[in-house]
Design a protein around this ligand. Sequence first.
Ligand code: FES
Length: 126
Amino acid sequence: MSWKKVCAVAEVPENALEKFEIDGIEIIIANYGSGFRAFPPRCPHMEEPLCDSGVLFDGMLTCTKHLWQWDMATGERTGIAEKELLFYDVKQEGEDIYAHVEQALVYEDDDDDEEEEDDDDFFNAD
Ligand code: FES
């Protein structure tokens, strides 16, 4: 894939988060006042749908479930957020918004089976 038209600028008013689908991939377009961001629809914390749990105000996206926050201008996490948001490149051309979507961006799972403790080793220890 490459640059794809997502929507018209007018479909995403300032401080709005709107979900769209591009060739079967769901993305959110956020209008933070001085620009747009495009990112996957789920919070990287516990996969809450950011269209429902996300609030965009003063350039800051807050997931209201546990108050993780990201600065939309820099794209960086802030406050207590422990994970970065993943972003698709986004651009405005005239009255339209485009996103560069190669494949769905997916957050890594925290579960790491290789580091799981082996209970048998614990009980066999001298
Ligand atoms: S699910 Fe979004 S901050 Fe916890």
